[in-house]
Design a protein around this ligand. Structure first.
Ligand code: GTP
Ligand code: MG
Length: 295
């Protein structure tokens, strides 16, 4: 019989949670960028093998909420750690562990779920820099295990995954054997477009970007996708469009290539840019973009 269960991946923004999730399930289900607060929803990554079904929950990075979207993200983190078999805290070995992370780990260690720590980005962290970080973790009571990994180089990830199996407490299968995520193709298309905006744009602009699909239709063997990139300030629109539309064209090209890989079919992608002032505090826009806890 298979051992099954849920493992929440939590941690500081940019710690490498989504990269780790994708490594666990050997597919890209969660978007990645060097900007903090890339992930906004809880995203499941499902791994099923001969002896287990592990449901990993990727979460937004720890944040101080400044708007209704931030409140939703905080609620998402808090709900992800309820009733799971294990809480996996990702800490960035390269950036080091700060007091806020230590406090969060201590808080999780007091909960019912076992807490395991993954020290990430070991490929760019000197061993001499890693030692004091490990000492900080050693001083925290209640951590079950600490693993050092590099999801980018796929080092230590398999050992960590195997190690986490001991915490699985269920026996029923939660998903079909070939499911990799709970998210729809439509959701992933929005996320891919947002990822390309995040990578292309500087400063605060990406934080106020949302993506909405207007049409997603298979015509013959080609997907026809029409989507709108929402920005929260009029001054952000020309930046996303770029000179003579070069920026949005570039975003569109990269997004199309990624979506084609995911859908394994040709894609015709049309992107629009629209201003919705302060949408991150607008309940109806948040609802339309899927940032609500309502099922
Ligand atoms: N060198 C190196 N970089 C990594 C590794 N894992 C993640 N990164 C980089 O770290 C940055 C953040 O990675 P994400 O996976 O998006 O981090 P996250 O914790 O999901 O971030 P949020 O969703 O914003 O909370 C990206 O630029 C990744 O490429 C790693 O193992 N090695
Ligand atoms: Mg993420």
């Amino acid at each position: 019989m298979r051992k099954t269960g849920f493992i929440a991946i939590v941690g500081q923004a940019n710690a490498g949670k989504s990269t780790l999730l994708n490594s666990f399930v050997k597919q890209k289900v969660s978007i990645i960028s060097p900007k903090p607060q890339t992930t906004r929803n809880n995203i499941l990554g499902i791994w099923t093998d001969d002896d287990s079904q592990m449901v990993f929950v990727d979460t937004p990075g720890f944040l101080h909420s400044k708007n209704a979207l931030g409140d939703y993200m905080l609620r998402s983190i808090n709900s992800a750690v309820q009733n799971v078999d294990c809480i996996l805290v990702a800490v960035d070995g390269h950036d080091g562990i700060d007091a806020h992370e230590i406090a969060e780990i201590q808080r999780y260690a007091k909960s019912d779920a076992p807490v395991v720590v993954a020290v990430t980005k070991t490929d760019i962290t000197q061993p001499a820099k890693l030692m004091p970080e490990l000492a900080k973790l050693n001083a925290i009571d209640g951590i079950k295990e600490v693993y050092c990994v590099s999801a980018k180089r796929n080092r230590g990830v398999e050992e960590l995954k195997q190690g986490l199996k001991k915490y699985l407490s269920g026996t029923e299968m939660y998903f079909e054997e070939d499911d990799v995520t709970d998210k729809s193709q439509r959701f992933i298309v929005c996320e891919i477009i947002r990822e390309k905006v995040l990578v292309a744009c500087e400063n605060e602009i990406p934080h106020g970007v949302g993506v909405e699909i207007n049409l997603m239709q298979l015509q013959g063997n080609t997907w026809n996708i029409d989507a709108t990139v929402l920005v929260e300030k009029a001054s952000h629109k020309p930046i996303i469009l770029g000179k003579h539309g070069t920026m949005i064209k570039n975003i569109g090209t990269h997004a199309r290539e990624s979506i084609e890989k995911m859908l394994q079919a040709p894609v015709f992608l049309t992107l629009w840019v629209k201003v919705k002032e302060d949408w991150r505090n607008n309940p109806s826009v948040l609802n339309e973009l899927g940032y609500t806890n309502r099922k």
